[in-house]
Write a protein that binds this ligand. Structure first.
Ligand code: MEV
Length: 326
């Protein structure tokens, strides 16, 4: 039974500070939610169709829940619609009630900043409210991870977890769950991103291939990334600036060795360092996408330099995760 004629939810994007890719192999990772969000609005329709419109990207389509497909698609890169289809499926939604789903993504897309996770998490919250399915944050996070696994084949829970809970987290399978990290709100970070989109699923697959080809080289490297993350957790809590920067630079070198670096990302990483960042690295899956720079006292300088060659923004942490907007 649908009581609400209209609901709206938002969820933040993310930046991984340490541990991407290694987290897929059970190593720890540290991520923050960034103050850039995906918004999902659902309105009841008079018929029983489910229509999705991603206005900013000129993408739309109808979700055919019976045949498990998206029909009458419009626009390019309609991949984002799959996350919405799977989000409805994971909640057991069919065509009982028609819905117009409007999607607004204020996160750079395919830039390693968690746009697909934010869309998924916000969709699960909005659809559950619309259909009056009571979900805890833990369930939202779990369902959203299932959706990412379905669409991308391989994914760790890092993106969906941080988008659900907000703030800063340390995720480790050894510590059984999510540990909130008390990192200062004003941590001096700048993100730089290219227009070249990385495909997370493909990059994760490429790392897997490299690991299968050179297990004795890549396994210790993934282990080392895990150690970097554990050291970084202490450095972040101690606000040990020099160490945070150095650990970022080492982590970047390992990501390069995993094969997810590109010339544009490399250029941004070194530009950030020469403009005063104490550390800089790829953030997210790589292969295009984004870098993150840690720049105590130099945020404006690093931002201006990166923004003059590619795109950049100064990071504010989103303390809130997914939320219903009333
Ligand atoms: C993507 O944001 C982070 C990766 O580690 C993939 C994942 O954890 O699912 C590259």
């Amino acid at each position: 039974m649908v009581k609400f004629m209209q609901v709206m939810a938002s969820a933040p994007g993310k930046a991984i500070l340490f541990g991407e890719h290694a987290v897929v192999y059970g190593k720890p990772a540290i991520a923050i939610a960034v103050d850039r969000k995906a918004y999902i609005q659902i309105q009841k329709r008079d018929d029983d169709k489910i229509y999705v419109n991603v206005r900013d990207l000129g993408i739309s389509g109808y979700l055919d829940m019976f045949n498990d497909e998206i029909i009458e698609k419009n626009g390019q890169r309609t991949g984002i619609l799959k996350y919405i289809l799977e989000s409805l499926k994971v909640l057991g939604i069919h065509h009982d009630v028609g819905m117009d789903i409007k999607v607004d993504i204020k996160i750079p897309i395919g830039a390693g900043l968690g746009s697909s996770a934010a869309v998924t998490v916000a969709t699960i919250m909005a659809v559950s409210k619309f259909s009056q399915i009571g979900l805890t944050r833990e369930q939202i996070s779990k369902y959203a991870h299932e959706v990412e696994l379905k669409v991308q084949n391989a994914a760790s829970p890092i993106d969906t977890t941080i988008s659900t809970y907000g703030g800063a987290i340390y995720l480790s399978k050894n510590s059984k769950g999510v540990i909130p990290l008390n990192i200062g709100e004003n941590i001096p970070l700048v993100v730089g991103y290219t227009d070249t989109r990385g495909n997370t699923g493909k990059l994760v697959e490429e790392v897997r291939f490299r690991r299968d080809t050179y297990p004795e080289i890549i396994d210790p490297l993934l282990e080392s990334i895990g150690t970097i993350t554990d050291e970084a957790k202490i450095a972040l809590l101690d606000e040990d600036e020099k160490r945070i920067g150095e650990l970022m630079n080492i982590n970047h070198g390992f990501l390069d060795a995993l094969g997810v670096n590109t010339r544009e990302l490399s250029e941004m990483v070194y530009l950030a360092r020469s403009s005063g960042a104490l550390g800089s690295k790829i953030t997210g899956a790589g292969g295009g996408g984004s870098i993150i720079a840690y720049c105590p006292g130099k945020v404006s300088e690093v931002y201006s330099t990166l923004n003059s060659t590619e795109n950049a923004f100064k990071v504010s942490i989103s303390r809130k995760g997914v939320e219903e907007i009333v």
